[in-house]
Design a protein around this ligand. Structure first.
Ligand SMILES: Nc1ncnc2c1ncn2[C@@H]1O[C@H](COP(=O)(O)OP(=O)(O)OP(=O)(O)O)[C@@H](O)[C@H]1O
Length: 243
């Protein structure tokens, strides 16, 4: 681990249901996500990827263990404090873009800051918009944009508040390979050149190859870590798991 962690979990247990139908989605998982690094969470279907991301982002609670964003343990926070933390310190990129259809790209990007009563840093806004190639699209509504452009707007929205960490859940799942590559390229640039921290859940070994580090889950446990993963090393690691 180089440098301090932007987020992490320590000995986290998460079980859905109870009795005979209980499913242990996270089984004593400990993992740190280094600041200014692009990390992929990978693993077979049902291995706990989404559960881990939801717990990290404060969207779901854990049964046991600690969940840290920076130095803050989410497990001790009230609902109101969790909502504030998600608003002010975490960015999200979803598979399905989740843009408001009646608002322009610019208003979508800035909505979260406006709702939080925060003044946008205009120099940073410009940096993010230009890095994403969105300058000429800011007045368009989502319906006037391609899927790739919509996801780039969602990336700008996630980053415009300079969050401590951006969580991306299958961000290329609804995109063709070219648009997906552009989004992945930007997420990597946001880490390497703009000093952001991105944690991405993905099924796709090619998407994982854009990251600095891969965390492989299997049956709710950390099965392997991959440094500078390539599509081939990811496939080999998944094959080792018998996937
Ligand atoms: N709300 C829920 N209620 C009951 N079981 C759940 C719930 N959410 C997840 N699970 C179970 O927890 C386990 C982990 O699920 P999770 O969605 O985290 O896996 P995943 O690796 O993200 O899977 P996928 O790649 O298919 O999205 C699975 O066995 C799943 O069926």
């Amino acid at each position: 681990m180089d440098g301090p962690a932007a987020a992490g979990v320590a000995d986290v247990v998460k079980t859905y249901g109870n009795g005979d139908t209980a499913v242990r989605a996270l089984d004593h998982v400990s993992v740190d996500f280094a600041a200014r690094r692009f990390t992929a969470i990978m693993g077979p279907s049902g291995s706990g990827k989404s559960t881990l991301m939801h717990c990290l982002a404060g969207l779901d609670t854990v049964d046991d263990g600690k969940v840290l964003i920076g130095q803050t343990d989410l497990t001790g926070l009230s609902d109101a404090a969790l909502t504030r933390l998600r608003r002010d310190r975490v960015g999200f990129v979803f598979q399905s873009f989740n843009l408001l259809p009646t608002m322009t790209a610019q208003d979508n990007i800035l909505l979260g800051l406006r709702l939080a009563g925060r003044r946008p840093d205009l120099a940073w806004f410009d940096t993010v918009v230009d890095a994403l190639g969105l300058r000429t699209r800011l007045r368009h509504t989502p319906g006037e944009l391609s899927g790739g452009q919509q996801q780039r707007v969602a990336c700008a929205r996630a980053l415009v508040g300079r969050p401590q960490v951006v969580f991306a859940d299958e961000p290329t799942g609804n995109l063709d390979s070219r648009a997906g590559a552009e989004v992945l390229d930007f997420l990597r640039t946001s880490v390497r050149e703009l000093d952001q921290t991105v944690v991405m859940v993905t099924h796709d070994p090619v998407a994982a190859s854009y990251t600095d580090h891969g965390v492989l889950l299997a049956d709710g446990r950390v099965a392997a870590h991959l440094t500078r993963p390539t599509a081939d090393t990811v496939l080999a690691a998944l094959t080792n798991l018998g996937v």
